[in-house]
Design a protein around this ligand. Structure first.
Ligand SMILES: [Cu+2]
Length: 157
């Protein structure tokens, strides 16, 4: 009986701790991430890759320039301002299926949280895909997402 009581107490204590731990560790809790509000994007918002052009063969390093139509503007990460966001460059990867969670920072998803509008990439020779995805101050894509066409380039030897 004593064992049961201890176990029941431990269970009650861990249940009581759940909301607090979820709130403090969003990365460990998809449910908490989904609860973050998404930022609306205005109708007609459009992000696109100015250069290189899709299908181009280029020599490295590759200068990639980011375009954003005037419905939206750029703001650094962490700064909340209507109709703004910062660029994310998806390199050789598909867009995440879950657009309600903050974008991770990986070798394939680069954040430009200072508000940069271009970057220089060192890519291996061969074909690569590039795609731009705007996200809000919390790195969460807008609703609906503002995402460019995916382009394919070939980096020459
Ligand atoms: Cu970001």
């Amino acid at each position: 009986m004593r064992t049961f009581i201890v176990a029941a107490f431990a269970l009650a204590a861990s249940l009581a701790a759940v909301p607090l731990s979820l709130a403090q560790t969003p990365a460990a809790a998809p449910a908490a991430a989904a609860a973050l509000p998404r930022t609306p994007s205005p109708a007609g918002a459009e992000v696109y890759i100015i250069s290189p052009k899709s299908g181009a063969t280029v020599k490295g390093p590759v200068l990639v320039q980011f375009g954003l139509k005037d419905k939206m503007g750029i703001a650094p990460a962490g700064v909340k301002f209507d109709n703004t966001g910062h660029h994310h460059l998806l390199i050789d990867t598909d867009a995440p299926t879950d657009m309600s969670a903050p974008l991770p920072a990986t070798d394939h998803i680069k954040h430009f949280g200072k508000g940069q509008t271009e970057t220089t990439l060192t890519l291996t020779p061969g074909k690569h895909t590039l795609q731009l995805l705007l996200a809000d101050q919390n790195h969460i894509p807008h609703d609906p997402p503002v995402i460019s066409k995916k382009i394919t380039i070939t980096v020459a030897e």
